[in-house]
Design a binder for this molecule. Structure first.
Ligand code: GDP
Ligand code: MG
Length: 696
């Protein structure tokens, strides 16, 4: 059976850790009728948070996408990770979502990670609705958070609801319901957490004036998007609910506004309206622009030929692998289908890597009956495929007769590494296999062998990321391995511009190997790996090959490490010229000359070791602020701003990752467990002198 694409919603829930993503998800699944009891995070009974035993049970482990019905639509809810160490995962999910629900905590407000995620959603043009959760918590402040969304996120929030009261039961005016500003009704919810009931009643007299003000504010924000609505409003005519919804939908899908709702997911308040909003305001796969990709053949001038594919079953198949999960039956490749139809038992082309894969089974995971095997899936939908063996996250799969390459997913550099030591030969062998598999699943995770020491090194996005990997190695895969203390990943950059000529002039086996290469290095103000390039182009294809060879040798040298042995960063390395004597230099000579030019250029420019700097946000009760700041200063942090918010202070800082090891335990003990924080890689900056001195 084919699904009606108009009635499909591919969405994700994105949130700062602890804002309530899991709780909201559980509540949604419960409300959709899929689950009989609502799970609770604190009791470890949730569906979406994975547990190790899941692995034994089949393919639902770490399910990438759960499908459930809501009123007229079918919702594909994609799993998005909840921790800052996994920002890249959020990013890859955003690539394949059509819309998102962003959850904020009414107490903590817009936190560091919400900001990052919001910016990523902007980048990938993902329309969103916002849900301000935890209105039952002490210190909840709807208006403040609403204001922050507009100020800190430079967004265009439109409140379509307001809370009635806020805070816990014992305060004077506790949170007890919400006012729907579109229907102008007061909504109350079951009372019991296992209830699905929503009651819509008249707005109480003492709330009327406030509701009218917020409604006018909502309508005013929509004037820009509809003359009809503006005229009706100015003439003080009745505005049809349908019209408001239409205008809101258009502006939300067009990324012009973000409808804002509120509630308490834990107490079952306000989640039904969020699902309604997903239906009303978030796009279907047909509402988003056609996907663009590069055709395999190029334009005459050698530039890439861009092709568009509509989300229609009539077009040839193309899709993007956005997640690879292990299963007993073989890895499951989760694919967003952008065009055409993908059938069971078919062959597809991995267009970026030019090999074919089998698709033997297609699965969708229902919240109701766990999993279902299907024959085919069409444009706009999301499916788990079993069969592909070598494709990884970010790869395009397509109809071999109509090759197309979608833009691949970019992943940030790793900032931390640790050595792993297997305890036996058997463990060593298994470790190699497991690490390969983990790399396929998680593109932000790296593993390699240090050539000098023979040690296996794993690298990732932060302390927690490596902890999770360690946990999986030891617990999920029963490997006896010792993971050493993690170390930050250093880089190096050049201090100045410099040019150098590298030479190879050797007699080997009666032959003279001769080559010369001239390069230039220069510092760059960009936070990325060294750019290796040349402006030099020769028609002769043999000479052109020699140039390409030198470029790849320079690239390898830059990645392999400069004078301090760290990969080159924030700089450019340019091949300026090389003579072409007759006969042309061979590969060995060219490589030797390139390496020599590289080293000489670095020596003449001078180098500096860089270390990863993290962006950090700490939310702490005022009475612990002094201790938190003191501690941060000892960690070489720069505090950029402090702001108070309902009895809590939010502090934004930058600090070197090397000084932040073990911070979660430290901040907990400093604040008697009351402060929370988040951290994510920000940039690379010069390491302090003692670290510089350590690299000779
Ligand atoms: P996630 O990290 O975003 O997935 O957040 P969770 O759903 O795991 O929630 C974090 C904590 O906040 C848990 O202890 C939840 O019980 C609690 N929580 C979630 N929603 C609410 C809410 O609406 N009110 C209150 N008081 N607590 C909540
Ligand atoms: Mg969670």
């Amino acid at each position: 059976m084919q699904r009606d694409l108009h009635k499909l919603r591919n969405i994700g829930i994105i949130a700062h850790i602890d804002a309530g993503k899991t709780t909201v998800t559980e509540r949604m699944l419960f409300l959709s009728g899929a689950k009989h009891r609502v799970g609770e995070v604190d009791k470890g009974t949730t569906d979406t948070d994975s547990d190790p035993e899941e692995q034994e049970r089949g393919i639902t482990i770490y399910a990438a996408c759960v499908t459930f019905p809501w009123k007229d639509v079918t919702i594909n809810l994609l799993d998005t990770p909840g921790h800052v160490d996994f920002t890249a995962e959020v990013e890859r999910c955003l690539r394949v979502l059509d819309g998102a629900v962003v959850v904020f905590s009414a107490r903590e407000g817009v936190e560091a990670q919400s900001e990052t995620v919001w910016r990523q959603a902007d980048k990938y043009k993902v329309p969103r609705v916002a849900f301000i959760n935890k209105l039952d918590r002490e210190g909840a402040d709807f208006e403040a958070v609403f204001g922050e969304i507009s100020k800190r996120l430079a967004a265009h929030p439109v409140a379509i609801q307001i809370p009635v009261g806020q805070g816990p039961q014992h305060v004077k005016d506790p949170f007890r319901g919400i006012i729907d500003l579109i229907e102008m009704k007061m909504l109350t919810f079951g009372g019991d957490r296992q209830s699905r009931e929503v009651k819509a009643e008249e707005i109480p007299a003492d709330q009327r004036e406030r509701a009218d003000e917020w409604r006018s504010a909502m309508l005013e924000k929509l004037y820009d998007y509809s003359n009809e609505l503006m005229e009706l409003a100015l003439q003080e005519e009745q505005i049809p609910t349908e019209l408001i919804r239409q205008v809101l939908r258009k502006a939300t899908v067009g990324l012009q506004v973000q409808p804002v709702m509120c509630g308490s997911a834990l107490h079952g308040i306000g989640v039904q309206p969020v699902l309604d909003a997903v239906q009303y305001y978030l796009p279907s796969p047909l509402d988003v622009p056609p996907v663009e990709g590069r055709a395999v053949e190029q334009n005459k001038d050698g530039s890439a030929k861009i092709e568009q594919r509509k989300p229609s079953p009539e077009e040839p198949f193309c899709g993007l692998v956005f997640k690879v999960l292990p299963a007993k039956t073989g890895d499951i490749h989760w694919i967003r289908v952008y065009s055409g139809v993908l059938k069971q038992n078919s062959r597809v082309l991995n267009s970026g890597k030019n090999f074919k894969e089998n698709v033997s089974q297609l699965w969708i995971i229902h919240a109701t009956k766990r999993e279902e095997q299907i024959d085919s899936v069409q444009a706009g939908d999301i499916v788990g495929a079993i069969g592909p063996r070598q494709s990884i996250t970010g790869d395009t799969l397509c109809d071999p007769k109509a090759p197309l390459l979608l833009e691949t997913i970019q992943f940030p550099e790793t900032v931390i590494s640790a050595a792993v030591e297997p305890e036996s030969t058997a463990d060593r062998k298994k470790l190699g296999e497991v690490l390969e598999m983990l790399k396929r699943q998680d593109p932000t995770f790296r593993a390699h062998e240090n050539e000098e020491t023979g040690q296996t090194i794993i690298s990732g996005m932060g302390e927690l990321h490596l902890e999770v990997v360690q946990h999986r190695l030891q617990r999920d895969f029963n490997l006896n391995v010792r993971v050493h203390r993690p170390r930050v990943s250093y880089k190096e950059t050049v201090n100045a511009r410099a040019e150098a000529v590298g030479k190879c002039n050797r007699q080997i086996g009666g032959q003279t190997l001769f080559a010369e290469v001239k390069v230039r290095v220069a510092p760059l103000h960009e936070d990325q790996a060294c750019r290796v390039s040349t402006n030099w182009f020769v028609e002769d294809s043999v000479k052109q090959n020699a140039i390409q060879l030198v470029l790849s040798a320079l690239k390898e040298a830059a990645e392999g490490g400069g004078l301090k042995g760290c990969p080159l960063w924030s700089c450019a390395l340019e091949l300026l010229e090389m003579p072409f004597p007759d006969p042309l230099p061979g590969e060995v000579a060219l490589r030797i000359a390139a390496a020599d030019a590289f080293t000489k250029a670095l020596q003449s420019a001078g180098v500096t070791v860089l270390e990863p700097i993290m962006r950090l946000e700490v939310t702490t009760p005022e009475e612990h602020l002094g201790d938190v700041i003191n501690d941060l200063q000892q960690r070489r942090a720069t505090i950029n701003s402090t702001e108070s918010r309902g009895g809590m202070t939010v502090l934004e800082a930058e600090a070197p990752l090397s000084a932040m090891f073990g911070y979660s335990a430290a901040v907990r003990s400093l604040s008697q467990g009351r402060a929370s924080f988040s951290m994510e890689p920000l940039k690379y900056g010069p390491a302090p002198p003692d670290v510089q001195a350590g690299f000779i």
